[in-house]
Design a protein around this ligand. Structure first.
Ligand code: URP
Ligand code: ZN
Ligand code: ZN
Ligand code: ZN
Length: 470
């Protein structure tokens, strides 16, 4: 049925204006003032913002990791995402060495198909470059997986060597894919963690102390240099510190095609959380780790100046009881990651827009538009325009609320942001014209999310956009 969203303040990455949005067959068919309501269900958005559905470029749902499996799967994870204003996710498909890439991709489709309530795509992890991998990659691109992930850390688990990263960059250039890196020096981390354990330092705080910012800055710089050498393209995930921002900025200023993402936890939490008593610090174990507070300012400045361009959640949730506590006597056994998919957008709005650190249009760009452009989803997703999917968020910018595990929709037993007061909340969320959340109630159904094939890298990026404004 035709829908008409009237009187909302429509916000895109470039404009803010009052207007009506007409939706038919899942797409936006008209935008204007006083559109005819004939034959349409009318939704009044007076006093509210209407944003393009947010896109989360970094999730780990139903993923085996650290001797366990992430608690949120494609059902609970995408329901929570929708409550938070996210209408598309791109999840990381893990591969195993020696196994066909297609086997891994099929596994990920099976995890998502019957469960997702919003649209989804996949990135593909590259752990090795073999003749078989090289042969399969063109088909991977045809299937709409146009981004490859290389881990420079997690030694003996996911870590790839520099040769593999370099060859992945070369292949990505040929095929039109974006290479994503987890940039930390895994070899040095291994040395530092062994040393810490040998000295009897087993508490969660040692997770952070054995992965200092230099470890991230060094790996980020190395990945940037290899990208320049390969004349390829790079997206650095979960940037946590000033050192990494500096390397990305230098690379961009040198004309390299390099992009950076940060995550809400690095913007608002700091290293002291790892020192919470009663092993509670384990809730705050991420790689890279939370940093000393002064790094937050570098991240906010980089978002404002365009040196970092996107916000991902890095949703990777584990219960405190029964999962995080695997590392009770040894910080290296604490599963890395936390629940963040639901609060990513609200935190950027509240801490970013409301506190004057970024503009409203930048907020839309950082949570949606730029991600759509980088990952081959634009203009189908990432904006409010005639012909785009009607993925829309009706947002109350004034409501104040306190984030808590008691009210969140993720399946985990704690909240990363417990007790934090935020301003602004999605009221209703539509995916391809259908309500998923309506007046803060879930009205979607598992399986209604669709797999999205993504276009090759670069199609939606104007070359002039890749210039850092200092
Ligand atoms: O600690 C983290 N970031 N867990 C998720 C896996 C990853 O490295 O992105
Ligand atoms: Zn990572
Ligand atoms: Zn410092
Ligand atoms: Zn991640």
């Amino acid at each position: 049925m035709k829908k008409l969203i009237i009187n909302g303040i429509i916000v895109t990455a470039s404009d803010t204006y009052q207007g009506d949005i007409c939706i038919e067959n899942g797409v936006i068919t008209a935008i204007g003032k006083s559109l005819s309501p004939e034959g349409a269900e009318v939704i009044d958005a007076s006093g509210r913002y209407v944003f393009p559905g947010a896109i989360d470029p970094h999730t780990h749902l139903d993923m085996p990791f650290g001797g366990t499996v992430t608690k949120d799967d494609f059902e609970t994870g995408t329901i929570a995402a929708a409550f938070g204003g996210t209408t598309t996710i791109i999840d990381f498909c893990l591969t195993n060495k020696g196994e066909p890439l297609q086997t891994a991709i099929n596994t990920w489709h099976a995890k998502a198909k019957e469960k997702a309530v919003i649209d989804y795509g996949f990135h593909l992890m590259i752990g090795e470059i073999t003749d078989e991998v090289l042969q399969e990659l063109p088909k991977v691109i045809q299937e709409g997986i146009t981004s490859f992930k290389v881990f420079m850390a997690y030694k003996n688990v996911f870590q790839a060597d520099d040769g593999t990263l370099y060859r992945t960059l070369l292949e990505a250039k040929k095929l039109g894919a974006l290479v994503m890196v987890h940039a930390e020096n895994g070899d040095v981390i291994e040395y530092l963690t062994k040393q810490a354990l040998a000295e009897g330092n087993t508490d969660p705080i040692y997770h952070a102390l054995t992965r200092p910012p230099e470890i991230e800055g060094e790996a980020t710089g190395r990945a940037c240099q290899l990208t320049g050498l390969a004349n390829s393209q790079l997206y650095v995930v979960h940037v946590s510190c000033r050192e990494a921002v500096q390397k990305i900025t230098e690379a961009r200023n040198a004309g390299f095609d390099v992009w950076g993402e940060t995550c809400p936890q690095y913007l608002v939490l700091d290293q002291s959380y790892l020192e919470k008593p009663n092993f509670e610090g384990a809730k705050y174990v991420w790689s890279p780790p939370l940093r000393e507070k002064h790094h937050q300012e570098a991240l906010w400045t980089a978002l404002k100046n365009g040196q970092l361009q996107t916000l991902g959640s890095d949703q990777c949730s584990f219960d405190f009881y029964g999962q995080k506590d695997l590392g009770k006597d040894d910080f290296t056994k604490i599963p890395n990651g936390g629940p963040t998919i639901e609060d990513r957008v609200s935190i950027l709005f509240s801490e970013g827009v409301k506190k004057g650190r970024i503009s409203l249009n930048q907020f839309v760009d950082i949570t949606s538009t730029k991600i759509a452009k980088l990952f081959g989803l634009f203009p189908r997703k990432g904006t409010i325009a005639v012909g785009s999917d009607a993925d829309l968020v009706i947002f109350d910018p004034y409501v104040e609320r306190v984030i808590s595990a008691r009210t969140h929709h993720m399946a985990v037993d704690y909240s990363t942001f417990e007790g934090m007061c935020v301003t602004g909340e999605p009221v209703s969320v539509l995916s391809r014209g259908e309500f998923i959340v309506r007046d803060k109630q879930f009205v979607g159904k598992p399986g209604q999310g669709q797999y999205v094939k993504r276009a090759q890298y670069g199609s939606a990026l104007a070359s002039k956009e890749n210039v850092t404004v200092l």
